[in-house]
Structures are given as C-alpha cells and as structure tokens.
Design a protein around this ligand. Structure first.
Ligand SMILES: NC(=O)c1ccc[n+]([C@@H]2O[C@H](COP(=O)([O-])OP(=O)(O)OC[C@H]3O[C@@H](n4cnc5c(N)ncnc54)[C@H](OP(=O)(O)O)[C@@H]3O)[C@@H](O)[C@H]2O)c1
Length: 328
C-alpha cells in the first residue's frame, strides 16, 4: 500500500510517496482502507517540525481519514469489516491503509461521501468544543468567529447558526466576505481596517447594540486577538484555538477583571484522547446536523495522495476557503 512519508521534518515538497507493508490491527484496533483524508493546518506544522508533538522519524502525516474497515483486531466487537468510518489519530492518515483505535472511529451516515466525512472531523470537533465546552455558548448569543473562512472558522460559523446564535465573521480580506456569508454569517467584521484595535470593536458594537460579542472563537492570535479582547461583551468568553496570525498574545489581567471576562484554551487532541465518549457524542451530533442540512463539509478542493504538498500550499498560501481533502 502507498503512503506519504516524511524522512525528516521540512517543507511539504520533501514528502515522498512510498510503498509500505499493509498494517495489521492489534488488540483494540481496526484496519481501514482509506478513501479520503482531511488536510489540516496542524498537519503543516507537524510536517515542518513546528508542532507541539513531534512524531518519531520517519513518519506518515495526517490526522483524520474516512474509509471502510477491512479487518478488526482481537477483542473488537464494536466494528466489523465493511463498516464505513471516519477515524482520527495523532499522525498516519495519509496512507491507503491505516490502523486506528476503536475509540477513534466514528460511523459515517450511509448517504455521506467519504470526502465530506473526512472534512467534518477535526475542524468541526474543534469548533464544537470551543463553542459549547470552553466558550459556554447558549442559543441566542452573539459569537465573533475569527479566521472565519478557514477550516475551523467556517465550521464555527455554521455551528453557531445551526445552534441558534448570531455569527459575526472576522475576515482578513473583504474578498472572502461572500464565502463567510454563504456559510451563514450574519455580519462581516473586516480585519483589514487600518486601526484594527478600535476598528474591530466599533464594527462589533455596531451590530450588537453596543454590547459586544458574548463569545469569541480565535484561531488567529496576534493583533486580531488583542483587538477581539476589546470587543467582548460584559461576561464575555474568549476561546484561544490557535495562532495562525503568528504572535502568541499576552493578556492583561486587569482587563479580565474590569469586564468579568473569561479566557480559556482549547486543545482538540485532548478531547480525542481523554474523552473519546464525548467526542463520539459530538461527532454524532455533527453528522446529524449535516443530515438535517444545517452543516456542510465545505470541501473546496481535492488532491490525490502524491499531491499532498499542493494541498498544503493552499493552506500555507492563505488560499483556503473551508477544507482541503486528499482522495485515494
Ligand atoms: N487548538 C486546537 O486543537 C486546534 C485545532 C485545529 C486548528 N488549530 C489551529 O487553528 C488555526 C486555524 O486552523 P484552520 O484549520 O482553521 O486553518 P486554515 O483553514 O488554514 O485557516 C486559517 C485562517 O486563518 C486566517 N489567517 C491566517 N493568517 C492570518 C493573519 N495573519 N491575519 C488574519 N487572519 C489570518 C486565514 O484567513 P485568510 O484566509 O484571510 O488568510 C484563515 O481564515 C491554526 O493555527 C491551527 O493550528 C488548533
């Protein structure tokens, strides 16, 4: 079977497609014939050696896939060969055949394409737990989603709408405003304004009766984060998801006190590894909302395995709108 292999950390172009032996599922594992794999911003960080967890070399990148179970290991009763699943892992998904733990597999609805299933895991789960668990969102609240046309951002916009909130989409260029609106955004917040520090708050106040956002989902950090902190409502909740804008922000504690603001962090892989039962519940809800037509997979482009570097360039060149997927 073929797999993308990184012999050393480096640019995605240094990856090679190699023939490897088919993996055999151990106890508590299943073997999956991969049909599609989601490409995520963190995959780029892993490949380049900039991620917090570095796999031992050489390694196969990729954190999520969708396909069919071909074999089950000892003691596995929850799955059987032929079952269609989406599966997640720390790395290893960009391969034609993969083994995964039983807890890391999620049943795919019959009508759902593999490519869509592979695109509705990591980013939707991240947005789900950021919004509902860390952000404490309740229906009727106003949510400012930064990086709104990226993978996490677009999933968050759709979830806010599906769960009965008002979605404010922060976009770095107004050329992406239409994409944010199509995802369901009620209001567009232009992050390219000259004085972002005041300009972001002014825009948010203009569409929230001067109140501010109840929750902010922030995958950006940097100047956009600093500005978003000033746009939170009384008792607002800021959820730190990532630092795509480059700088890890520093928060002044007095600001939290003055407006009763809470700031929390969100680490997707902790939910995956520590609370797989909660992840399974969340994923079932995400697929249910998709079946009801309230969420979509947002796949903007698909690439074959050997063009992984091109798929990652869409992300690193900031051309992504939604999700990029590899298809096998
Ligand atoms: N904590 C977790 O568990 C977790 C899980 C998933 C992802 N993440 C992190 O979340 C971040 C976003 O992930 P993603 O999958 O949504 O990535 P993505 O699909 O590549 O989207 C990135 C978004 O960031 C925006 N962006 C990038 N640089 C920017 C800048 N300098 N100023 C303003 N906006 C900027 C992009 O907007 P433009 O298109 O306009 O440039 C795009 O909307 C990454 O840092 C990733 O590592 C964290």
């Amino acid at each position: 079977m073929r797999a993308v292999m990184m012999e050393a950390f480096g640019a995605p172009e240094t990856a090679m497609v190699k023939d490897l032996p088919s993996p055999v599922p151990g106890p508590g594992q299943v073997a999956i014939r991969t049909r599609a794999a989601g490409v995520n911003y963190p995959d780029l960080l892993v490949v380049e050696g900039r991620y917090q967890h570095k796999p031992p070399l050489p390694f196969v990148p990729g954190k999520e896939l969708a396909g069919e179970i071909t074999a089950v290991g000892a003691g596995v009763t929850a799955w059987k060969p032929g079952d269609r699943v989406m599966a997640q892992m720390e790395y290893g998904a960009f391969a034609e055949e993969v083994v995964a733990g039983v807890d890391q597999c999620f049943a795919i609805p019959d009508a759902m394409a593999f490519g869509d299933a592979a695109a509705m895991g990591l980013v939707y789960q991240t947005a789900w737990f950021a919004l509902l668990d860390r952000g404490g969102f309740v229906p009727g609240e106003r949510v400012l989603v930064m990086g709104a046309t990226g993978g996490v951002g677009m999933a968050a916009i759709q979830l806010v709408k599906a769960l009965g909130g008002t979605a404010l989409a922060g976009v770095s260029t107004m050329s992406k405003a239409d994409a944010a609106r199509q995802a369901g955004a009620d209001h567009i917040i232009d992050l390219s304004v000259e004085n972002l520090r005041d300009g972001l708050r002014d825009q948010v106040h203009a569409v929230t009766d001067g109140q501010g956002a109840d929750v902010c989902i922030d995958p950006l950090g940097g100047d956009p984060f600093d500005a978003a902190m000033r746009a939170l409502a009384w008792c607002g909740r800021m959820v730190v998801v990532g630092f795509a804008a480059g700088r890890i922000p520093v928060i002044k504690a007095n600001y939290l006190l003055v407006k009763n603001i809470a700031v929390s962090g969100l680490q997707w892989s902790d939910y995956r590894d520590r609370t797989p039962e909660r992840m399974a519940e969340a994923q079932a809800e995400i697929f249910r909302l998709h079946a009801e037509g309230k969420l979509s997979a947002n796949v903007m482009a698909t690439y074959p395995l050997e063009r992984m570097a091109e798929a990652m360039a869409v992300i690193s060149d900031r051309k992504v709108v939604g999700k990029v997927v590899l298809e096998m």
